[in-house]
Design a protein around this ligand. Structure first.
Ligand code: DLL
Length: 435
Protein backbone atom coordinates (compact mmCIF):
# COMPACT_ATOMS: atom_id res chain seq x y z
CA UNK A 1 0.00 0.00 0.00
CA UNK A 2 1.41 3.41 -0.90
CA UNK A 3 2.04 6.10 1.72
CA UNK A 4 -0.67 8.27 0.23
CA UNK A 5 -3.22 5.47 0.49
CA UNK A 6 -2.27 5.03 4.15
CA UNK A 7 -2.53 8.72 4.73
CA UNK A 8 -6.06 8.98 3.41
CA UNK A 9 -7.40 6.24 5.61
CA UNK A 10 -7.51 3.18 3.39
CA UNK A 11 -8.14 1.15 6.54
CA UNK A 12 -11.67 2.52 6.43
CA UNK A 13 -12.11 2.81 2.67
CA UNK A 14 -11.81 -0.91 1.98
CA UNK A 15 -13.47 -2.32 5.12
CA UNK A 16 -15.80 -5.28 4.64
CA UNK A 17 -19.45 -4.90 5.68
CA UNK A 18 -18.80 -6.83 8.89
CA UNK A 19 -15.82 -4.66 9.78
CA UNK A 20 -17.81 -1.52 9.05
CA UNK A 21 -20.74 -2.57 11.19
CA UNK A 22 -18.57 -3.58 14.09
CA UNK A 23 -16.69 -0.25 13.82
CA UNK A 24 -20.03 1.60 13.69
CA UNK A 25 -21.30 0.01 16.91
CA UNK A 26 -18.16 1.05 18.73
CA UNK A 27 -18.11 4.53 17.16
CA UNK A 28 -21.80 5.14 17.88
CA UNK A 29 -21.28 4.32 21.56
CA UNK A 30 -18.40 6.81 21.65
CA UNK A 31 -20.31 9.50 19.77
CA UNK A 32 -23.33 9.31 22.04
CA UNK A 33 -21.13 9.47 25.12
CA UNK A 34 -19.34 12.45 23.62
CA UNK A 35 -22.59 14.21 22.65
CA UNK A 36 -23.80 13.80 26.24
CA UNK A 37 -21.01 16.16 27.30
CA UNK A 38 -22.78 19.05 25.56
CA UNK A 39 -25.39 21.18 27.33
CA UNK A 40 -27.91 20.54 24.57
CA UNK A 41 -27.74 16.73 24.37
CA UNK A 42 -27.28 16.34 28.14
CA UNK A 43 -30.59 18.15 28.66
CA UNK A 44 -32.25 16.25 25.83
CA UNK A 45 -31.17 12.81 27.11
CA UNK A 46 -32.23 13.77 30.65
CA UNK A 47 -35.64 14.90 29.43
CA UNK A 48 -36.10 11.58 27.59
CA UNK A 49 -34.81 9.54 30.49
CA UNK A 50 -32.15 8.09 28.21
CA UNK A 51 -28.94 6.71 29.68
CA UNK A 52 -26.23 7.24 27.01
CA UNK A 53 -24.37 4.15 28.22
CA UNK A 54 -27.39 2.01 27.32
CA UNK A 55 -26.62 2.59 23.61
CA UNK A 56 -24.69 -0.53 22.64
CA UNK A 57 -25.24 -1.20 18.95
CA UNK A 58 -26.38 0.34 15.69
CA UNK A 59 -29.89 -1.04 16.26
CA UNK A 60 -30.16 1.15 19.37
CA UNK A 61 -30.11 4.22 17.14
CA UNK A 62 -33.90 4.14 17.12
CA UNK A 63 -33.93 5.07 20.80
CA UNK A 64 -32.00 8.27 20.16
CA UNK A 65 -33.65 11.62 19.46
CA UNK A 66 -33.61 13.32 16.06
CA UNK A 67 -31.74 16.61 15.70
CA UNK A 68 -33.14 19.31 13.42
CA UNK A 69 -31.93 22.55 11.91
CA UNK A 70 -34.18 24.30 14.44
CA UNK A 71 -32.30 22.57 17.29
CA UNK A 72 -29.04 23.90 15.83
CA UNK A 73 -30.51 27.40 15.71
CA UNK A 74 -31.70 27.19 19.28
CA UNK A 75 -28.36 25.93 20.55
CA UNK A 76 -26.40 28.52 18.52
CA UNK A 77 -23.55 29.34 18.93
CA UNK A 78 -22.09 26.60 21.14
CA UNK A 79 -24.84 24.75 23.01
CA UNK A 80 -23.80 21.47 21.34
CA UNK A 81 -20.08 21.93 21.98
CA UNK A 82 -18.47 19.05 23.90
CA UNK A 83 -14.89 20.30 24.33
CA UNK A 84 -13.19 23.39 25.79
CA UNK A 85 -13.62 26.45 23.63
CA UNK A 86 -9.86 26.84 23.40
CA UNK A 87 -9.64 23.46 21.67
CA UNK A 88 -11.92 24.63 18.86
CA UNK A 89 -9.83 25.56 15.82
CA UNK A 90 -12.50 26.38 13.20
CA UNK A 91 -16.11 27.48 12.91
CA UNK A 92 -18.33 27.24 9.85
CA UNK A 93 -21.76 28.80 9.81
CA UNK A 94 -24.60 28.67 7.36
CA UNK A 95 -26.93 31.62 7.31
CA UNK A 96 -29.69 29.74 5.53
CA UNK A 97 -32.53 31.67 3.99
CA UNK A 98 -34.30 32.69 7.18
CA UNK A 99 -31.41 34.64 8.64
CA UNK A 100 -30.94 32.71 11.89
CA UNK A 101 -27.50 31.14 11.59
CA UNK A 102 -26.35 27.68 12.57
CA UNK A 103 -22.75 26.95 13.48
CA UNK A 104 -20.54 23.88 13.45
CA UNK A 105 -17.40 23.99 15.59
CA UNK A 106 -14.40 21.80 14.82
CA UNK A 107 -11.46 20.52 16.84
CA UNK A 108 -8.09 19.80 15.27
CA UNK A 109 -8.99 16.10 15.07
CA UNK A 110 -12.25 17.03 13.30
CA UNK A 111 -10.50 19.09 10.64
CA UNK A 112 -7.99 16.29 10.20
CA UNK A 113 -10.71 13.68 9.78
CA UNK A 114 -12.62 15.88 7.32
CA UNK A 115 -9.47 16.39 5.22
CA UNK A 116 -8.92 12.62 5.25
CA UNK A 117 -12.49 11.93 4.08
CA UNK A 118 -12.23 14.55 1.37
CA UNK A 119 -8.86 13.25 0.17
CA UNK A 120 -10.39 9.78 0.06
CA UNK A 121 -13.14 11.09 -2.26
CA UNK A 122 -10.67 12.76 -4.59
CA UNK A 123 -8.38 9.73 -4.69
CA UNK A 124 -11.38 7.51 -5.39
CA UNK A 125 -12.05 9.54 -8.55
CA UNK A 126 -8.59 8.58 -9.76
CA UNK A 127 -6.97 11.93 -8.97
CA UNK A 128 -3.37 11.80 -7.67
CA UNK A 129 -0.72 14.21 -6.50
CA UNK A 130 0.25 14.67 -10.12
CA UNK A 131 -3.05 16.48 -10.75
CA UNK A 132 -3.53 20.24 -10.68
CA UNK A 133 -6.71 21.30 -8.97
CA UNK A 134 -8.65 24.55 -9.27
CA UNK A 135 -11.23 25.17 -6.59
CA UNK A 136 -13.96 27.45 -7.96
CA UNK A 137 -16.00 27.21 -4.80
CA UNK A 138 -16.53 30.05 -2.33
CA UNK A 139 -13.97 30.21 0.49
CA UNK A 140 -15.07 31.54 3.86
CA UNK A 141 -17.98 30.30 5.92
CA UNK A 142 -19.15 28.11 3.01
CA UNK A 143 -17.57 24.66 3.36
CA UNK A 144 -16.96 24.00 -0.35
CA UNK A 145 -13.84 26.18 -0.30
CA UNK A 146 -11.75 25.03 2.66
CA UNK A 147 -13.30 21.53 2.61
CA UNK A 148 -12.05 20.66 -0.87
CA UNK A 149 -8.88 22.67 -0.33
CA UNK A 150 -7.71 20.66 2.68
CA UNK A 151 -8.61 17.38 0.97
CA UNK A 152 -6.75 18.25 -2.22
CA UNK A 153 -3.69 19.39 -0.29
CA UNK A 154 -3.81 16.20 1.76
CA UNK A 155 -3.66 14.25 -1.47
CA UNK A 156 -0.74 16.41 -2.52
CA UNK A 157 -2.27 18.05 -5.58
CA UNK A 158 -1.18 21.50 -6.69
CA UNK A 159 -4.12 23.63 -5.56
CA UNK A 160 -5.36 26.91 -7.06
CA UNK A 161 -7.78 28.45 -4.54
CA UNK A 162 -9.50 30.51 -7.24
CA UNK A 163 -12.84 30.93 -5.48
CA UNK A 164 -15.98 31.59 -7.50
CA UNK A 165 -16.62 34.14 -10.24
CA UNK A 166 -14.27 36.16 -12.46
CA UNK A 167 -14.79 33.70 -15.27
CA UNK A 168 -12.12 35.13 -17.57
CA UNK A 169 -9.52 34.65 -14.83
CA UNK A 170 -10.74 31.11 -14.13
CA UNK A 171 -10.19 30.18 -17.78
CA UNK A 172 -6.77 31.82 -17.88
CA UNK A 173 -5.63 30.04 -14.70
CA UNK A 174 -6.78 26.68 -16.06
CA UNK A 175 -4.73 27.21 -19.20
CA UNK A 176 -1.67 28.78 -17.57
CA UNK A 177 -1.28 26.09 -14.89
CA UNK A 178 -2.49 23.11 -16.94
CA UNK A 179 -5.27 22.44 -14.47
CA UNK A 180 -6.62 18.89 -14.72
CA UNK A 181 -9.41 18.88 -12.07
CA UNK A 182 -11.93 21.50 -11.05
CA UNK A 183 -14.48 21.84 -8.29
CA UNK A 184 -17.58 23.98 -8.90
CA UNK A 185 -21.32 23.96 -8.61
CA UNK A 186 -22.78 22.36 -11.75
CA UNK A 187 -24.55 25.64 -12.55
CA UNK A 188 -21.27 27.57 -12.46
CA UNK A 189 -19.48 24.93 -14.56
CA UNK A 190 -22.29 25.36 -17.09
CA UNK A 191 -21.93 29.13 -16.99
CA UNK A 192 -18.19 28.95 -17.68
CA UNK A 193 -18.78 26.61 -20.64
CA UNK A 194 -21.47 28.82 -22.14
CA UNK A 195 -19.39 31.92 -21.68
CA UNK A 196 -16.53 30.25 -23.56
CA UNK A 197 -18.82 29.12 -26.36
CA UNK A 198 -20.34 32.60 -26.68
CA UNK A 199 -16.80 33.94 -27.18
CA UNK A 200 -16.06 31.40 -29.89
CA UNK A 201 -13.93 29.29 -27.53
CA UNK A 202 -14.33 25.56 -26.86
CA UNK A 203 -14.49 24.24 -23.26
CA UNK A 204 -13.01 20.92 -24.35
CA UNK A 205 -9.84 22.74 -25.39
CA UNK A 206 -9.09 23.31 -21.68
CA UNK A 207 -7.98 19.70 -21.36
CA UNK A 208 -9.74 19.11 -18.02
CA UNK A 209 -9.88 15.46 -16.96
CA UNK A 210 -12.21 15.57 -13.95
CA UNK A 211 -14.79 17.80 -12.35
CA UNK A 212 -16.16 17.46 -8.83
CA UNK A 213 -19.66 18.87 -8.94
CA UNK A 214 -22.06 19.33 -6.07
CA UNK A 215 -23.52 21.62 -3.42
CA UNK A 216 -26.78 21.85 -5.34
CA UNK A 217 -29.21 19.44 -6.97
CA UNK A 218 -28.70 18.63 -10.64
CA UNK A 219 -29.88 15.94 -12.98
CA UNK A 220 -28.07 13.13 -14.78
CA UNK A 221 -28.96 15.00 -18.01
CA UNK A 222 -27.07 18.08 -16.76
CA UNK A 223 -24.04 15.92 -15.93
CA UNK A 224 -24.11 14.40 -19.43
CA UNK A 225 -24.33 17.84 -21.02
CA UNK A 226 -21.36 19.12 -19.01
CA UNK A 227 -19.30 16.01 -19.81
CA UNK A 228 -20.01 16.47 -23.52
CA UNK A 229 -19.11 20.15 -23.47
CA UNK A 230 -15.84 19.79 -21.55
CA UNK A 231 -14.84 16.22 -22.30
CA UNK A 232 -14.15 15.62 -18.59
CA UNK A 233 -15.57 12.99 -16.28
CA UNK A 234 -17.91 14.58 -13.72
CA UNK A 235 -18.19 13.15 -10.21
CA UNK A 236 -21.20 13.92 -8.06
CA UNK A 237 -20.25 15.20 -4.61
CA UNK A 238 -22.68 15.48 -1.72
CA UNK A 239 -22.34 17.02 1.68
CA UNK A 240 -23.77 19.57 4.07
CA UNK A 241 -22.28 21.96 6.59
CA UNK A 242 -23.85 20.10 9.49
CA UNK A 243 -21.90 16.96 8.48
CA UNK A 244 -18.67 19.03 7.98
CA UNK A 245 -19.48 19.96 4.38
CA UNK A 246 -18.31 18.17 1.23
CA UNK A 247 -16.74 14.72 1.70
CA UNK A 248 -19.85 12.95 2.98
CA UNK A 249 -20.70 10.99 -0.17
CA UNK A 250 -18.92 10.90 -3.52
CA UNK A 251 -19.01 8.94 -6.74
CA UNK A 252 -16.40 6.40 -7.76
CA UNK A 253 -15.48 6.00 -11.44
CA UNK A 254 -18.55 3.78 -11.90
CA UNK A 255 -20.59 7.03 -11.62
CA UNK A 256 -23.52 5.11 -10.28
CA UNK A 257 -24.47 6.53 -6.89
CA UNK A 258 -22.34 8.19 -4.23
CA UNK A 259 -20.48 6.06 -1.68
CA UNK A 260 -21.32 7.47 1.70
CA UNK A 261 -18.41 7.06 4.10
CA UNK A 262 -20.05 4.84 6.67
CA UNK A 263 -17.06 4.84 9.02
CA UNK A 264 -17.81 8.54 9.62
CA UNK A 265 -21.57 8.74 9.09
CA UNK A 266 -24.34 6.43 10.20
CA UNK A 267 -27.07 6.63 7.58
CA UNK A 268 -30.80 6.16 7.92
CA UNK A 269 -33.48 6.79 5.32
CA UNK A 270 -36.82 7.59 6.92
CA UNK A 271 -40.31 8.51 5.87
CA UNK A 272 -40.34 12.30 6.44
CA UNK A 273 -43.86 12.17 7.87
CA UNK A 274 -43.75 9.12 10.15
CA UNK A 275 -39.96 9.17 10.72
CA UNK A 276 -40.03 5.37 10.42
CA UNK A 277 -37.32 3.69 8.30
CA UNK A 278 -38.25 2.98 4.67
CA UNK A 279 -37.33 -0.24 2.83
CA UNK A 280 -33.91 -0.42 1.15
CA UNK A 281 -34.17 1.19 -2.29
CA UNK A 282 -37.16 3.32 -1.30
CA UNK A 283 -36.91 7.11 -1.34
CA UNK A 284 -37.04 8.95 1.97
CA UNK A 285 -35.31 11.62 4.00
CA UNK A 286 -31.63 11.14 4.70
CA UNK A 287 -30.82 11.17 8.41
CA UNK A 288 -27.20 11.09 9.55
CA UNK A 289 -25.27 10.59 12.77
CA UNK A 290 -21.63 11.62 12.94
CA UNK A 291 -19.36 8.77 14.06
CA UNK A 292 -15.96 10.40 14.04
CA UNK A 293 -16.62 13.95 15.19
CA UNK A 294 -15.25 15.23 18.44
CA UNK A 295 -16.17 18.88 19.09
CA UNK A 296 -19.77 18.72 18.00
CA UNK A 297 -21.21 15.28 17.28
CA UNK A 298 -24.71 15.33 15.82
CA UNK A 299 -27.20 12.57 16.47
CA UNK A 300 -29.77 11.59 13.84
CA UNK A 301 -29.59 14.89 12.00
CA UNK A 302 -32.54 15.37 9.63
CA UNK A 303 -30.97 16.62 6.39
CA UNK A 304 -34.31 17.17 4.58
CA UNK A 305 -32.63 15.72 1.47
CA UNK A 306 -34.57 13.05 -0.34
CA UNK A 307 -32.70 10.04 -1.68
CA UNK A 308 -32.48 6.28 -1.39
CA UNK A 309 -29.81 3.68 -0.78
CA UNK A 310 -29.00 1.87 -4.01
CA UNK A 311 -29.32 -1.87 -3.49
CA UNK A 312 -26.50 -4.23 -4.38
CA UNK A 313 -22.72 -4.04 -4.42
CA UNK A 314 -20.73 -1.55 -6.44
CA UNK A 315 -18.40 -3.17 -8.99
CA UNK A 316 -15.57 -1.00 -7.61
CA UNK A 317 -15.44 -3.29 -4.57
CA UNK A 318 -15.99 -0.67 -1.86
CA UNK A 319 -18.57 -1.75 0.67
CA UNK A 320 -19.70 1.73 1.74
CA UNK A 321 -23.26 1.88 0.47
CA UNK A 322 -24.30 4.25 -2.31
CA UNK A 323 -26.78 7.10 -2.14
CA UNK A 324 -28.79 7.86 -5.26
CA UNK A 325 -28.57 11.35 -6.77
CA UNK A 326 -30.51 13.68 -4.47
CA UNK A 327 -34.06 14.03 -5.67
CA UNK A 328 -34.41 17.40 -3.99
CA UNK A 329 -35.18 18.56 -0.51
CA UNK A 330 -38.48 17.93 1.17
CA UNK A 331 -38.69 21.72 1.58
CA UNK A 332 -37.85 22.33 -2.15
CA UNK A 333 -40.89 20.54 -3.42
CA UNK A 334 -43.25 22.89 -5.25
CA UNK A 335 -46.96 22.40 -5.01
CA UNK A 336 -48.50 23.76 -8.20
CA UNK A 337 -52.24 23.35 -8.71
CA UNK A 338 -52.08 20.69 -6.05
CA UNK A 339 -49.46 18.71 -7.97
CA UNK A 340 -46.06 18.01 -6.37
CA UNK A 341 -43.24 19.11 -8.64
CA UNK A 342 -39.50 19.03 -8.06
CA UNK A 343 -37.35 21.49 -10.02
CA UNK A 344 -35.26 18.49 -11.11
CA UNK A 345 -38.23 17.18 -13.14
CA UNK A 346 -38.19 20.40 -15.14
CA UNK A 347 -34.41 20.29 -15.54
CA UNK A 348 -34.57 16.75 -16.86
CA UNK A 349 -36.73 17.89 -19.80
CA UNK A 350 -34.75 21.06 -20.50
CA UNK A 351 -31.40 19.28 -20.66
CA UNK A 352 -32.63 16.94 -23.42
CA UNK A 353 -32.59 19.86 -25.87
CA UNK A 354 -29.37 21.02 -27.47
CA UNK A 355 -30.92 24.31 -28.63
CA UNK A 356 -31.43 25.40 -25.00
CA UNK A 357 -28.58 26.64 -22.81
CA UNK A 358 -27.88 25.22 -19.36
CA UNK A 359 -29.42 28.05 -17.33
CA UNK A 360 -33.13 28.18 -16.54
CA UNK A 361 -35.63 29.69 -14.11
CA UNK A 362 -39.02 28.48 -12.91
CA UNK A 363 -41.45 31.32 -12.14
CA UNK A 364 -44.64 30.71 -10.21
CA UNK A 365 -47.44 33.27 -10.31
CA UNK A 366 -51.20 33.32 -9.81
CA UNK A 367 -53.83 34.27 -12.38
CA UNK A 368 -57.39 34.41 -11.06
CA UNK A 369 -56.52 32.18 -8.12
CA UNK A 370 -54.96 29.57 -10.39
CA UNK A 371 -51.25 28.73 -10.11
CA UNK A 372 -49.24 29.42 -13.26
CA UNK A 373 -45.82 27.99 -13.99
CA UNK A 374 -43.52 29.69 -16.49
CA UNK A 375 -40.22 28.15 -17.41
CA UNK A 376 -37.66 30.61 -18.75
CA UNK A 377 -34.82 29.19 -20.82
CA UNK A 378 -32.04 30.69 -22.91
CA UNK A 379 -31.25 29.90 -26.52
CA UNK A 380 -27.98 28.16 -27.22
CA UNK A 381 -26.96 30.26 -30.20
CA UNK A 382 -24.69 27.71 -31.79
CA UNK A 383 -27.53 25.18 -32.09
CA UNK A 384 -30.19 27.52 -33.50
CA UNK A 385 -30.77 28.41 -37.18
CA UNK A 386 -32.31 31.82 -36.35
CA UNK A 387 -35.73 31.28 -37.96
CA UNK A 388 -38.91 32.34 -36.17
CA UNK A 389 -40.65 29.22 -37.44
CA UNK A 390 -38.03 26.93 -35.85
CA UNK A 391 -38.27 28.86 -32.61
CA UNK A 392 -42.05 28.51 -32.52
CA UNK A 393 -41.83 24.75 -33.11
CA UNK A 394 -39.13 24.23 -30.52
CA UNK A 395 -41.06 26.19 -27.94
CA UNK A 396 -44.23 24.20 -28.64
CA UNK A 397 -42.26 20.95 -28.35
CA UNK A 398 -40.77 21.96 -24.99
CA UNK A 399 -44.20 23.05 -23.72
CA UNK A 400 -45.64 19.68 -24.71
CA UNK A 401 -42.88 17.70 -22.99
CA UNK A 402 -43.19 19.78 -19.82
CA UNK A 403 -46.95 19.19 -19.75
CA UNK A 404 -46.34 15.45 -20.11
CA UNK A 405 -43.79 15.58 -17.30
CA UNK A 406 -45.84 17.52 -14.71
CA UNK A 407 -49.43 16.99 -15.84
CA UNK A 408 -50.53 20.60 -16.33
CA UNK A 409 -49.88 23.41 -18.83
CA UNK A 410 -46.56 25.18 -18.43
CA UNK A 411 -45.70 28.40 -20.30
CA UNK A 412 -42.28 28.57 -21.87
CA UNK A 413 -40.33 31.78 -22.50
CA UNK A 414 -37.27 31.55 -24.71
CA UNK A 415 -34.77 34.31 -23.97
CA UNK A 416 -31.57 35.57 -25.54
CA UNK A 417 -28.41 33.86 -24.26
CA UNK A 418 -27.15 35.51 -21.06
CA UNK A 419 -30.54 37.01 -20.06
CA UNK A 420 -31.01 35.01 -16.87
CA UNK A 421 -28.97 35.74 -13.74
CA UNK A 422 -25.79 33.64 -13.88
CA UNK A 423 -24.85 31.69 -10.77
CA UNK A 424 -21.37 31.52 -9.28
CA UNK A 425 -22.38 29.35 -6.32
CA UNK A 426 -25.66 27.62 -5.66
CA UNK A 427 -28.13 28.48 -8.44
CA UNK A 428 -31.53 29.90 -7.56
CA UNK A 429 -33.90 28.04 -9.86
CA UNK A 430 -37.31 29.03 -8.51
CA UNK A 431 -39.00 32.40 -8.08
CA UNK A 432 -42.33 32.02 -6.34
CA UNK A 433 -44.48 35.14 -6.67
CA UNK A 434 -47.77 33.53 -5.66
CA UNK A 435 -47.97 34.95 -2.14
O1 DLL B 1 -23.27 22.60 0.01
C1 DLL B 1 -21.52 21.37 1.14
C2 DLL B 1 -20.94 21.03 -0.18
C3 DLL B 1 -20.01 21.85 -0.75
C4 DLL B 1 -21.28 19.86 -0.83
C5 DLL B 1 -19.43 21.53 -1.96
C6 DLL B 1 -20.71 19.49 -2.03
C7 DLL B 1 -19.78 20.33 -2.61
P1 DLL B 1 -24.51 23.46 2.60
O2 DLL B 1 -24.29 24.82 2.08
O3 DLL B 1 -24.78 23.27 4.03
O4 DLL B 1 -23.28 22.54 2.30
O5 DLL B 1 -25.70 22.85 1.75
C8 DLL B 1 -26.08 21.51 1.93
O6 DLL B 1 -26.87 21.34 -0.36
O7 DLL B 1 -28.42 19.50 2.26
C9 DLL B 1 -28.33 19.50 -0.19
O8 DLL B 1 -29.65 20.00 -0.13
C10 DLL B 1 -27.51 20.34 -1.15
N1 DLL B 1 -26.50 19.53 -1.83
C11 DLL B 1 -25.19 19.41 -1.53
N2 DLL B 1 -24.59 18.58 -2.40
C12 DLL B 1 -25.54 18.14 -3.26
C13 DLL B 1 -25.56 17.26 -4.38
C14 DLL B 1 -22.77 22.24 1.06
N3 DLL B 1 -24.46 16.65 -4.84
C15 DLL B 1 -27.23 21.17 1.02
N4 DLL B 1 -26.75 17.04 -4.99
C16 DLL B 1 -27.62 19.73 1.13
C17 DLL B 1 -27.88 17.65 -4.55
C18 DLL B 1 -26.76 18.75 -2.88
N5 DLL B 1 -27.91 18.50 -3.53
Amino acid sequence: MSDIADLIGSRFEWMSRDELISWQCEALRRSVAQAAKSRWYAAKFREMGLDPSSIKSVEDIKRLPFTTKEDLRQSYPDGMLTIDREDVIRVHTSSGTTGTPTAILHSRADIDCWAELMARCLAMSGATKADVFQNMSGYGMFTGGLGLHYGAERLGMMVLPAGPGNTARQIKLIRDFHVTCIHATPSYAMHVAERMISEGDDPSSLGLKRAFLGAEPYTEEMRQKLQELYGFKAFNSYGLSEMNGPGVAFECPEQNGMHVWEDAYLVEIVDPDTLEPVEEGEVGELVMTTLRREAMPLIRYRTRDLTCILPGDCPCGRKHRRLARMMGRSDDMLIVRGVNVFPSQIEEVIMRHKWIGGNYLIRLTKAEALDQMTVQVELARSEFDGSVETLRNLRAQLQKELREQVGFNVSVEVLEPGSLPASEGKAKRVVDERA
